[in-house]
Design a protein around this ligand. Structure first.
Ligand code: TRP
Length: 450
């Protein structure tokens, strides 16, 4: 049985789903703290340049390959290859992508589980269950396991319902809600004392840092993670896109939405940090750096919410609701990668495949939870710092060195008949052929040496 392939029913459905994949914890947590650590506005500037000049072209490679081949990354890279050798490399690259997507989800679901636990905490506070509140907010194996399981159940339920009824339907509900919650919080935080200082730290560029290799490497990693590149998530979403959609425009909208929401998240998180400082919460570590890692989200901000009195309860609730929604629209896109592969290449039905792989990923998460100190950072570094850029590099190579240029052009032309006269076609192919691989490699090597 080969099940008929799903497809997004509308342009908006695709845009919300792909932006939902892109907008996640990486935007709301990663981007603002990266900016604060790397020269504020200088980082924001470099990030925007890299998002459009490096990540957008790589995103286009995935979308075009996906829509042309109408399949998952393993089959897609084989289909666009001509020689035996290229087909083999394509197959293994695709496999590697599927495995990395699986591993990314196994740590992502743990972090998303923490968001869920913190989302419930205000409710237990209201009802006076202080022991439950402590359990929810303290790091512990049972809590971590239970909440990553609950989060995986949500993710799997959406994916099991399919492309239109699951991914598209839920992205269309969740993305606007998330944006609304975020705007409400920004408006609220901006009126608090101290917010302006945070705004300055975020937006005033420290130009001395602009050429700093560390800043550039962080911005590139952030851009790749944020646009969900390399592991075939965007490739598979592209494969569910109809033939009359204009691909370069779609990709540009997704990049724009993703960067704008990251930018908005900075308007929330950094001012909130300095509002917390006004209330006596420590926001600098002993080394003098702004608190950025888990402590920011799970200590500094909750301390701020507690300090706000009664209003802090709904504010905290909204904040963690925002985080959970952002995480969910991203995690579904990660799970779709291995699920689409097993549906298409092993002829397993969608619900069976979704629940089977969801369970396997939960088992991986369990291993990570139980060996947290050794496995968590290791998995994050292995997948996001090493594998993602290398896979992005391979995709650029497959799109422009292995695949026929004419076939690629024909694919873009469908939905964009004037593409040959466009600036996009004048620049993009040679850019992805030469510049992207060179830049990715350069920054990768630099990152590894660091
Ligand atoms: N882009 C998401 C974020 O910013 C995470 C994400 C979704 C992702 N799919 C991915 C990251 C695939 C890497 C690969 O949080």
């Amino acid at each position: 049985m080969s099940s008929p392939r799903g497809q997004f029913s509308s342009k908006t459905g695709f845009i919300l789903a792909a932006s939902g994949s892109a907008v996640g914890l990486g935007n709301i947590w990663g981007f603002p703290t990266n900016a604060a650590e790397n020269g504020g506005g200088a980082f924001v500037l470099i990030y925007f340049v890299l998002a459009f000049c490096l990540a957008y072209p790589a995103l286009m490679a995935e979308l075009i390959i996906g829509r042309h081949t109408r399949s998952n990354m393993v089959s897609a890279l084989q289909k666009i290859s001509t020689g035996e050798m290229a087909r083999k490399v394509g197959k293994y690259t695709g496999f590697f992508g599927v495995i990395i997507a699986t591993l990314i989800l196994s740590f992502y679901s743990i972090v998303a589980g923490w968001m869920l636990a913190f989302l419930l905490e205000p409710l237990s506070t209201i009802t006076g269950l202080s022991e439950v509140s402590d359990w929810l907010t303290e790091f512990g194996n049972t809590r971590n396991l239970i909440f990553s399981a609950v989060f995986m159940i949500f993710t799997t339920a959406v994916i099991s319902a399919g492309v239109e009824q699951g991914i598209e339907k839920w992205s269309c509900r969740l993305m606007p809600s998330m944006l609304l919650l975020m705007v409400c919080l920004i408006v609220y935080v901006m009126f608090q004392e101290g917010a302006l200082t945070g705004l300055k730290v975020y937006l005033l560029p420290d130009f001395r840092q602009i050429g700093d290799p560390q800043l550039i490497a962080s911005a590139m990693g952030q851009a790749f993670f944020s646009l969900s590149l390399g592991v075939g998530t965007m490739l598979i979403y592209g494969s569910y896109l109809g033939p009359d959609e204009n691909l370069p425009a779609m990709g540009a909208i997704v990049t724009l939405v993703d960067s704008s929401i990251a930018f908005l998240a900075g308007l929330l998180v950094l001012p909130a940090l300095f509002v917390a400082q006004q209330q006596g919460v420590t926001i600098y570590s002993e080394a003098g750096n702004l608190i950025a890692g888990p402590d920011l989200i799970f200590q500094t901000l909750p301390a701020l919410f507690h300090g706000m009195g009664a209003i802090g309860i709904p504010v905290g609730l909204v904040f963690f609701c925002l985080m959970t929604i952002a995480a969910l629209t991203s995690s579904i896109s990660m799970l779709e990668v291995p699920v689409s592969y097993t549906i298409e290449n092993h002829r397993i039905g969608r619900p069976t495949s979704a629940w089977l792989i969801g369970t396997i990923i939960f088992i991986f998460s369990g291993f990570i939870v139980l060996n947290f100190d050794t496995l968590f950072n290791f998995t994050v570094t292995l997948t996001t710092e090493y594998s993602q850029p290398l896979l992005g590099l391979m995709l650029c190579i497959f799109a422009t060195w292995v695949w026929h240029r004419d076939k690629m052009l024909a694919e873009i032309r469908s939905g964009y008949p004037q593409v040959e006269q466009s600036l996009f076609w004048k620049i993009w192919p040679s850019y992805v052929r030469f510049c992207c691989p060179a830049l990715i490699l350069l920054m990768f090597v630099q990152g590894v040496l660091n």
